[in-house]
Design a protein. Structure first.
Length: 538
């Protein structure tokens, strides 16, 4: 299900203080840039671990209600109940004769009286076929040899809205539609075999299978992009133009589309459009198809070329749009889980955890959105009690300590002024005092500056947190390096700094020596790093 990762522009993501380039989606950014995902094996990009962003889902009861509200599912359920106590069918389990029209009437596709048009019958038979595939309708033979259909055993639980049963049924239907959508896209009525007789049949079958596999892979990659986009999108901005979706699948990382790529983008749009429409029918997404008239319109003399004329929002929408629904997120997540991927939900780390377990989990997991986990953990907790628990859990001079304190600080910012009493209690703590004093000063409190040793220790600790959470983001590190309070005498400053008893002192100084733009400062930092390494060795 999950395929290649998205593209990586040079500018940092907004979460790291940078501004995304105008017009780009969150899915434009590589997952490593978005939430610190890194894979230690660089031998083959195709072997890079796929990290799926956490998402938020409504309660299962709401999802089940949304599934039952899908028109096609509603028809399926009504048809299953309509078979009570049984209905005659042919040997293939299909309705016959007048029962086909009666089925269309039963599910509201035709009036109670009068003629039933052919389209209504066709739609009723589509719903009947799906009802049989989902076992909401079961067919068999009576003792008298009569072929009949009866309601399936799960019908009552579905009608009562039992979430597990409803979502299981809907997910099975979504899988069937997903498979059929790719199969339909692979069919080319104009294709001709390359040979004669049995050899031509074999070649044609192989071509169809290859086309089906390609269509399924394209659809899966598109669904992954939509999943990532929706996970990071602000509420109300989840709709993706079909052209943007296609471009994300076609244009290689860091490149601008050339003429050939533009043609490929169009081909992908045309292929995806009907497949996404099929999935939209089952409620996985909201889909506005490509306006068919676009292919018939020609540029009129004197008008600007299509690629030069500015498009209104309405004109742009004519090229197709798609928006993943919560049901769609639910389905894609289940498919990812079935294939062995870690597809977390926001709040999973926070659920049932104390502060110590929460901070440890945030420090250890790259596939997480810390701010959302912290908000989930803080919800309905007393601010002072929560702050005390977090501060206690943040202590420690182990290798993960800087990251725990970094996330503790994020949580304190989220709590705001109500946490002040708890923060004041640790202003003299050797590990938390500088953090606490800085936090209080930012909120207008009058507190003394920390002692020099505590201030220097906090400089190293906060820098180490950036090193550990930034995963090699040089642009972010350069900003931190530039803000270091280096005096006019860097030798004196670093002469103090290398003596700080912190597990990341040498790492910090080496980073400063590598990234500082002032050569004199960088040189002194490298000298200090050597001394810090020597001290650690002793």
């Amino acid at each position: 299900m999950a395929g290649r990762s998205r593209f990586t522009p040079d500018n940092p993501p907004a979460s790291d203080g940078g501004e995304p380039r105008e017009g780009l989606l969150p899915a434009d950014f590589d997952l490593a840039d978005l939430y610190g995902a890194q894979n230690g094996d660089d031998e083959d990009l195709d072997d890079t671990a796929v990290l799926v962003p956490p998402i938020s889902l409504p309660p299962e009861g709401e999802l089940a209600a949304a599934a039952l509200a899908v028109p096609l599912i509603d028809r399926v359920v009504k048809l299953a109940r309509w078979t009570t106590p049984h209905r005659p069918v042919d040997e293939h389990g299909d309705l016959t004769g007048e029962d086909r029209e009666a089925a269309a009437r039963a599910i509201g596709l035709a009036p109670a009286e009068g003629a039933v048009d052919e389209e209504a019958v066709v739609e009723a038979m589509r719903a009947w076929a799906l009802a049989c595939d989902l076992d909401l309708v079961e067919t068999g033979t009576t003792a008298d040899g009569e072929h009949v259909a009866i309601p399936g055993p799960d019908l009552e639980a579905v009608e009562q809205g039992e979430p597990d049963t409803v979502l299981g049924l809907w997910l099975e239907a979504a899988g069937l539609v997903r498979e059929l959508a790719a199969e339909a896209d692979s069919m080319d009525p104009e294709a001709e075999g390359g040979g004669e007789g049995e050899e031509a049949d074999e070649d044609g079958l192989a071509d169809v299978e290859d086309a089906r596999d390609a269509a399924a892979e394209l659809l899966d990659e598109a669904l992954q992009v939509l999943y990532e986009t929706t996970a990071f999108a602000e509420p109300g901005t989840e709709t993706v133009p079909l052209g943007v979706l296609a471009a994300l699948l076609v244009v290689p990382e860091g490149e601008e589309p050339d003429e050939e790529m533009l043609g490929d983008i169009t081909d992908v749009m045309v292929s995806l459009d009907p497949m996404l429409g099929d999935l939209a029918e089952l409620g996985l997404m909201e889909h506005r198809p490509i306006d068919p008239e676009l292919f018939e319109e020609e540029e009129e003399p004197g008008e600007p070329a299509a690629d030069e004329a500015p498009l209104s929002d309405e004109d742009a929408a004519r090229f197709g749009t798609v928006r993943l629904t919560p049901l769609g997120q639910y389905a894609i997540r289940q498919w990812l889980l079935d294939e062995g991927y870690d597809a977390p939900l926001v709040g999973e780390l926070a659920q049932g955890a104390d502060a110590e377990a929460l901070l440890a989990a945030l420090a250890e997991n790259v596939n997480v959105l810390p701010d959302r986990e912290l908000r989930a953990w803080l919800a309905d907790r007393d601010p002072v009690a929560a702050a005390r628990e977090l501060l206690a859990a943040a202590r420690g001079r182990d290798a993960a300590g800087p990251v725990r304190r970094h996330f503790c600080d994020m949580a304190l910012v989220e709590l705001g002024e109500p946490a002040s009493d708890a923060v004041r209690e640790v202003v003299d703590d050797p590990e938390l005092g500088a953090l606490a004093r800085e936090w209080l000063r930012e909120r207008g409190a009058e507190v003394d500056a920390p002692e020099r040793s505590a201030a220097l220790w906090w400089v190293v600790d906060s820098f180490a947190a950036v090193l550990l959470t930034g995963q090699g983001d040089a642009a972010r590190l350069r900003r931190v390096v530039a803000e270091l309070p280096v005096t006019d005498n860097p030798a004196s400053y670093f002469g103090e700094l290398w003596r700080v008893p912190h597990p990341y002192t040498a790492d910090m100084l080496e980073a400063v020596g590598e990234l500082h733009l002032d050569r004199g400062v960088a040189k002194e930092a490298r000298k200090a790093a050597f001394k810090a390494r020597s001290q650690q060795g002793r």
